[in-house]
Each structure stands twice: as structure tokens, then as C-alpha cells.
Design a protein around this ligand. Structure first.
Ligand SMILES: Cc1cc2nc3c(=O)[nH]c(=O)nc-3n(C[C@H](O)[C@H](O)[C@H](O)COP(=O)(O)O)c2cc1C
Length: 411
């Protein structure tokens, strides 16, 4: 009798999805846009780790289950775009392996009958330290795109970092959002447009600004190229109306590594420029080197995100969890340090916090949730991870965020 896990690992993907999806959520349509958005049961006892996320036999129970299902649900080109990494995907592999090889050091007979997962970031209280990282083009995998993500994040109590490369304008995302929104942007060649965009985001209530700092050019994405990835004609980079032709491919023609909009000449002086008008905290995303972390503090940034862009930019950079301790040591508590890339389990969240992160972000997993179940898929992905994190806190004998320190890691 095959177990659910056997079924998930089966090579017959159609069978997998058919076995896992509740009735009425079939996968036969090749075009996800023809289906009604799946409502999906978000039956999670979010504050009760004994119960945990309640899953019927047919429902995905882990973030990797969602990836398995999304492989079937999403159009192939979209799945390749989301799941892929740069070049040979060495860092993509390391991002996972590095978490897996860290061992935990639990304590017993610690009162964990109450857990406190709250964290304070930039004067905002988050109920738990997991945010949704900015990702592009949500309508690739669901007709409601970023609107569904915003609703799903809000229902789970998670902050969503809305992306500049959204397929829905930030104003509409903000209207749909029921929880806290941050905004991510690149500093574009057109500084006036960049400034307007930031002010639009501030104007609709975004509470922090993530500046993607690791992308003067786009990484070598062999998987995208093999899948012939470009934005389908019915979708657009909705925040960039007025700046460029908003569909198609962002890349320049072959032979040119630069893109029409990203500015490869950025230097630290741009942070002074940003701070001269930004009214919300400026967080630099994509810091890997402790020397850059020092410069980020000196530049007046409010926070940094240790990120290798989900292994999508420069292949063979280290996994973020390995360099996090050095960055945290250099920053020495002067500004919050967040971390992403490869987080898939509650134990990963525990490990990142133990090594000094103030909070973590996830990227691909919630896109898989969106693809499989729309807003409730997003909610459920967050709730699964949150619940796993609480289980990890309880079973390691660390009832508060403050107690999740380096002693949780088995040297
Ligand atoms: C499909 C996709 C699109 C992304 N788009 C952006 C983007 O436009 N800007 C950005 O700063 N990061 C982008 N990222 C990177 C995420 O913000 C985040 O750093 C990464 O996904 C974290 O790794 P994980 O997917 O392993 O959780 C993207 C990631 C994915 C998977």
C-alpha cells in the first residue's frame, strides 16, 4: 500500500496531483487560467501546535509537497522560471544542503507550554519571524496573482514584500492586502521613475522598502533559456507602465549582458540619494559579504537581507546560512539582519534565528502555494512553516525568540 510520501515521489506527475488534490481541483486543464481559482481548505489551528495543520489524506502537508503539486499545476515555462537557479545550480543545491547538515541541540524539561514567536522589526511587531520575499510575476501561476498572495499573506498574519516586477500595480495590491505590506524595488536607470515608484508605494501604506542590491545584471539562467521563458503577452510588469514596453523579455538581445532598465553603475552613493527622500526604512537586499554589511550600516541603511537571491544570480556563492554568522558578527546588533534562500522547514527558521537572523523570508514555497491553491494555498504554506517553527521551538526547549540562540546548534 503506497504511503502519501510514495505517491508524492512517484514519477507519474498526473497521478500525483490526482491523488493529492481534493475532488474538483483536477489538473487535466493544461492552462491554469481556465480553472476557477482553487479555494483550498486552510484548516490550520494556528495557535495550537498539538493539533498542527489539519490535513485530510489528500492534502499537501509540507512545503515540498506544494512544490511537487506545483510542478503539475503551473505551466511548464512558469515552473522552470520559478524553481530554477543560476547556471549549474550549485548554490541552489547548497542552499538546501547547508540547512540539512546543521544539527540541533535540544534541551528537556523546559516549560514550553506557552510559546512566544513575536519579533519587533523597524518598530513593527510581527507575530512570527517569517515574511514573504519579493518575487516577480505572480499571475504566471494564478489568475489573481499578487492580489491572491496579498490576501493569503494577510490571512496568515505574514508581511508580504510586494515586488517591483509584479503583474499587478502596487496600488491594487495594497487595496487587496489585509496585512502588512513592504515594497521591493531595484534602483532603475531612470531615477525619477524609481523615486515616483517608491513614493507610490509609500503613498499606499507600504511600511518598508527593500532595495535589491545584488543585481546590476541578471544571472545566467540556463533553465529560463531552455524553457524559452518570457512574460506571456497577456501579462505585464504593471508597476512599470510609462517606463518601458511592459511585456516580453527583460533581457537585452544576445551578446549584451545589460538590461534596458537595471542600472549597472550603482554605487553606495545611491543610498544617500534614497535616504534623502524615503520616509520608510530602507533595507538592502542581497548582502553576502561582511564588508558590505559594514558599509550598509555606515550608509545609514535600516536593515539588511542576507540573500543570494534564491541562488538565481551568481552561481557558486555560498549558501546564506553559512555566511550569516560572519555578517551578524560584523553588524553587531546595529541594524536588523534578515535572511533568505533555501528555507523550507520550521527547523530551518530555527537555525537561521539561532545563527543571528532577526527574521527570515521565503520565496518559491509561497509561489507553489499560490499555484496550487490561490490565496488559501499561500496561507497554508505560511501556516505549515509557522507551525513547524513552533514545533521546533517546543521540541528544542526554546519557548521564546530570545532563547533561540547559538546554543540550539550542535557544534
Ligand atoms: C520566481 C522568483 C522571482 C524573484 N524575483 C525577485 C525580484 O524581482 N527581486 C528580488 O529582489 N528578488 C527576487 N527573487 C528572489 C527572492 O526575493 C528571494 O531572495 C528568494 O526567492 C529566496 O529563496 P527561496 O526561493 O529559496 O526561498 C525572486 C525569486 C523567485 C523564485
Amino acid at each position: 500500500m503506497p504511503t502519501r510520501r510514495d505517491v508524492l515521489r512517484s514519477s507519474s506527475s498526473a497521478l500525483v496531483a490526482a491523488a493529492l488534490l481534493p475532488p474538483g481541483r483536477g489538473v487535466s486543464s493544461p492552462d491554469h487560467r481556465e480553472r476557477a481559482p482553487a479555494s483550498g481548505p486552510a484548516r490550520v489551528a494556528s495557535d495550537d501546535i498539538d493539533a498542527g495543520p489539519i490535513a485530510a489524506e489528500s492534502e499537501p502537508v509540507s512545503l515540498s509537497d506544494y512544490e511537487t503539486l506545483a510542478r503539475d499545476r503551473a505551466p511548464k515555462m512558469a515552473f522552470e522560471y520559478i524553481s530554477g537557479g543560476a547556471a549549474d545550480e550549485i548554490t541552489l543545491k547548497w542552499n538546501r544542503e547547508s540547512y540539512d547538515k546543521i544539527r540541533l541541540r535540544p534541551r528537556i524539561f523546559v516549560d514550553v507550554s506557552k510559546l512566544d514567536t513575536r519579533v519587533k522589526l523597524f518598530d513593527q511587531e510581527l507575530p512570527f519571524p517569517i515574511l514573504l520575499a519579493p518575487t516577480a510575476y505572480h499571475r504566471l501561476v494564478h489568475p489573481e496573482g499578487e492580489l491572491a498572495t496579498a490576501r493569503g499573506a494577510g490571512a496568515a498574519g505574514a508581511t508580504m514584500v510586494a515586488g517591483m516586477l509584479a503583474t499587478t500595480p502596487i496600488e491594487e495590491i495594497a487595496k487587496a492586502a489585509t496585512g502588512t505590506l513592504w515594497f521591493q524595488t531595484y534602483i532603475l536607470k531612470d531615477r525619477g521613475f524609481t523615486r515616483d515608484l517608491i513614493q507610490r508605494a509609500e503613498g499606499v501604506g507600504c511600511k518598508a522598502l527593500c532595495i535589491t542590491s545584488d543585481s546590476p545584471v541578471v544571472g545566467v539562467r540556463n533553465r529560463d533559456a531552455r524553457a524559452n521563458f518570457s512574460l506571456p503577452p497577456n501579462l505585464e510588469r504593471a508597476n512599470l507602465r510609462g517606463l518601458m514596453r511592459t511585456g516580453g523579455n527583460l533581457r537585452s538581445p544576445e551578446g549584451d549582458i545589460y538590461t534596458p532598465i537595471l542600472d549597472a553603475s550603482l554605487t553606495w552613493k545611491e543610498i544617500d540619494w534614497l535616504r534623502s527622500f524615503a520616509r520608510i526604512p530602507v533595507i538592502l537586499k542581497g548582502v553576502l559579504n561582511p564588508d558590505d554589511a559594514e558599509l550598509a550600516v555606515k550608509s545609514g541603511a535600516s536593515g539588511i537581507i542576507v540573500s543570494n537571491h534564491g541562488a538565481r544570480n551568481l552561481d557558486t556563492v555560498p549558501p546564506t546560512i553559512e555566511i550569516l554568522p560572519d555578517v551578524v558578527e560584523r553588524v553587531a546588533g546595529r541594524i536588523p539582519v534578515l535572511c533568505d534562500s533555501g528555507i523550507r522547514r520550521g527547523t530551518d527558521v530555527l537555525k537561521a534565528l539561532a545563527l543571528g537572523a532577526n527574521a527570515v523570508l521565503i520565496g518559491r514555497p509561497y509561489l507553489y502555494g499560490l499555484s496550487v491553491g490561490g490565496d488559501s494555498g499561500v496561507t497554508r504554506v505560511i501556516n505549515i512553516l509557522k507551525n513547524e517553527f513552533k514545533v521546533a521551538m517546543a521540541l528544542s526547549g526554546r519557548p521564546t525568540i530570545a532563547s533561540v540562540d547559538r546554543s540550539v546548534i550542535w557544534k
